[in-house]
Design a protein around this ligand. Structure first.
Ligand code: ATP
Length: 229
């Protein structure tokens, strides 16, 4: 299977301080990959680097057959990397519809399709994003990423801080997107929720990818050794 995203020996610095020392991962077309690791191990940094929001000091990022290592972030988004950032980050003073329209790019995902996909957003179309519940804001953040018509959806802690019933709703939506053929890279700490969705897993430790394999190989030993569980 061809890799849609290929990250090779990624090295990233914050000023003089090195955060990534060699991260390798790939996402095949139509697959979901879970990026795991304890706090501070480099998951968000990896995502920000491959979305081209941080300079890359070493290694390569290839997306859809192109080397995007030095590409500015707006061009990476145009190529089809849709980020659902940690903390959701919708425009609080825009309505649901305005938030969605602001992100729109041509493709099969239109305002109508996003509203059909998340009926709760349709019900709240005129409401300011700031007044939505956490779960609704998360739906809006995913909806915004879909409006960019991505080939790869990147989700950073999509269910952080949400109640269990809402988490299930968000995971069901992500599973439905995967079933529709969207390629997905996800970061989350709740293994019981991401493993059923993932086709493969990558574990980061101190800025390096140190383990990868199918979810069935994430044994108690792997959890204890690399994830502190
Ligand atoms: P968490 O699960 O807590 O979100 P993470 O695995 O996403 O953690 P990162 O946020 O990528 O980890 O952090 C990786 C390393 O980079 C950490 O040592 C962190 O302190 C450092 N780091 C992250 N952001 C910055 C920043 N803006 N400036 C300096 N160092 C940073």
């Amino acid at each position: 299977m061809t890799a849609l995203l290929d990250v090779e020996e990624l090295e990233v610095f914050y000023g003089a301080s090195q955060a990534l020392f060699g991260v390798n991962l790939s996402v095949a077309e139509g697959q979901a990959v879970a990026l795991m690791g304890r706090n501070g191990m480099g998951k968000t940094t990896t995502i920000h680097a491959l979305c081209r929001m941080l300079p890359i000091r070493g290694g390569h990022v290839r997306f859809a057959g192109r080397d995007i290592t030095a590409l500015p972030s707006f061009r990476a988004a145009r190529l089809g990397i849709g980020l659902v950032p940690e903390g959701r980050r919708c425009f609080p003073n825009l309505t649901v519809t305005e938030n969605l329209i602001a992100a729109a790019r041509p493709g099969p995902w239109t305002l109508r399709r996003v509203r059909d996909f998340f009926p709760r957003l349709a019900e709240r179309e005129g409401q300011y994003a700031a007044t939505l519940s956490g779960g609704e804001q998360q739906m809006l953040a995913i909806g915004r990423a879909l409006m960019t018509n991505p080939r790869l959806l990147v989700l950073d802690e999509a269910t952080e801080g949400l109640a269990p019933v809402i988490r299930r709703e968000i995971w069901a939506a992500i599973a439905a997107l995967k079933a529709q053929g969207l390629s997905i890279l996800l970061v989350d700490k709740t293994l019981s929720e991401i493993l059923p969705l993932a086709d493969s897993c990558v574990v980061l430790e101190r800025g390096r990818s140190i383990w990868r394999g199918p979810p069935g190989d994430v044994t108690e030993e792997v959890k204890r050794r690399y994830l502190g569980l």
